[in-house]
Design a protein around this ligand. Structure first.
Ligand SMILES: O=C(O)CCC(=O)C(=O)O
Ligand SMILES: [Fe+2]
Length: 386
């Protein structure tokens, strides 16, 4: 369906996790689109996701400039900080679209399982302790494990035995049950990321009766076009639209279905490594986050589940001020801030991802980090693995 602003709104494939065919449906969605919307996520995981979203609101509302400096990614006092993905990432310090080098208008906090996280634990500010506790409860990692198992089972049913075995082994999952704590997070770059996209002014071009075909005129990029680097990503957001996937040669705005009472849609998308292992059959789809005219002036078209997520305004005390609207803009709108939480699932660091070149997972991902965080992102050139 074409949007008034020229973007294409689209409901991505939905997978009901309780259905017998869930694994196969998921596989199909990941082949066709690279994205799926998971429904029926079990209670504990649902609570954990909501807890993380609430933590993100509190966290970004309360963090002082001093704390941002102190907990800066790569700049912390802990011994291994330089090697860690943990910490605060400030506005405009990352360019996910490495080619354009355009800085993302977002801030983030990365939680990891590595030594840095453990070393700094005792001195974390109170507002982060809650988030860290949720992370350490392993509930979301448990969900990741179940989904990986479901995927591997579906792969086997299709005869993809080698890929299924690779997927399980790379994440410390043995055959059968009884490996609850085996998911290798301590020696992987698996990261839980709290994300905040501050409100921003948007020049509104086109209207419901006078649509424009120029999609880019109606959006401002909040996180540049990119693919995710690892195995796959699980993502929950606060209901403010903005995630777009590049499919069939154009950008589509993701519209998740309105979930039933108490349900929470969790998005899953394929990362570069899973695409690589499956010989490109599962797609690591390019995506980005934009501020759209359709949600300008603070409108939230997904009120349904933002409300259902149990987040109250009381947990959301401060809205950072947006830049002033551009003077010459004929029509401007303020697009609501947006919060999301992503679990980037990575294989064990020492997983060999390319036998010919003996490239290890940790090397590959660190190259991608170096490129997206580079001072001049356009000069960085990570080695392709395909
Ligand atoms: O915030 C979102 O909806 C997506 C973020 C994302 O794609 C990423 O951080 O890799
Ligand atoms: Fe992403």
């Amino acid at each position: 369906m074409k949007h008034p602003e020229g973007a294409y709104a689209w409901t991505i494939p939905v997978v009901q996790l309780q259905e017998a065919e869930a694994g196969e449906r998921l596989l199909q969605a990941l082949e066709e689109v690279g994205f799926a919307c998971l429904l029926g996520v079990e209670g504990a995981a649902r609570q954990a996701w909501r807890g993380m979203l609430a933590a993100a609101r509190t966290f970004f509302g309360q963090m002082t400039p001093q704390d941002k400096q102190r907990w800066r990614r790569g700049g912390m006092e802990a011994a291994a900080a330089a090697d860690s993905n943990a910490g605060y990432v400030g506005l405009a310090s990352e360019a996910l679209d490495e080619a354009s080098g355009e800085r993302d208008s977002k801030e983030a906090f990365n939680l990891t399982y590595d030594a840095v996280s453990r070393e700094l634990e005792s001195s974390l500010p109170a507002y982060l302790v809650l988030a860290k506790r949720e992370f350490d409860a392993h509930v979301l990692q448990g969900m990741a494990r179940r989904v990986l198992r479901q995927l591997a089972e579906a792969m086997r049913a299709r005869g993809w035995h080698r890929v299924a075995a690779q997927l399980l082994a790379a994440h410390g999952l043995a055959d059968g049950d009884g490996d609850n704590e085996a998911f290798i997070v301590r020696d992987s770059l698996t990261t839980l990321r709290l994300l905040h996209y501050p409100p921003m002014w948007l020049r509104v071009s086109g209207s419901a009766d006078r649509p424009t075909d120029d999609v880019d005129a109606a959006v401002r990029v909040r996180a540049g076009a990119h693919t995710d680097y690892g195995t796959c990503t699980l993502l929950v957001h606060d209901g403010t639209p903005g995630l777009q996937v590049h499919h069939d040669g154009r950008w589509w705005t993701v519209r998740e279905p309105c979930p039933g009472a108490g349900d929470l849609p969790v998005l899953l998308n394929v990362g570069d490594l899973l695409q690589h292992w499956t010989g490109g059959r599962l797609r690591s789809t390019v995506h980005r986050v934009v501020a759209e005219a359709s949600c300008a002036n603070g409108g939230r078209s997904m009120e349904g589940w933002a409300g259902a997520s149990g987040l109250s305004d009381a947990m959301h005390p401060e809205v950072p001020s947006a830049d002033a609207p551009p003077r010459d803009a004929p029509q401007t709108g303020l697009v609501a801030e947006r919060f999301s939480v992503a679990l980037f699932i990575h294989p064990a660091d020492d997983t060999v991802i390319d036998g010919r070149e003996a490239v290890l997972a940790a090397q590959w991902v660190r190259q991608r980090f170096a490129a997206s965080y580079a001072a001049d992102a356009s000069t960085a050139s990570p080695t392709a693995i395909e």
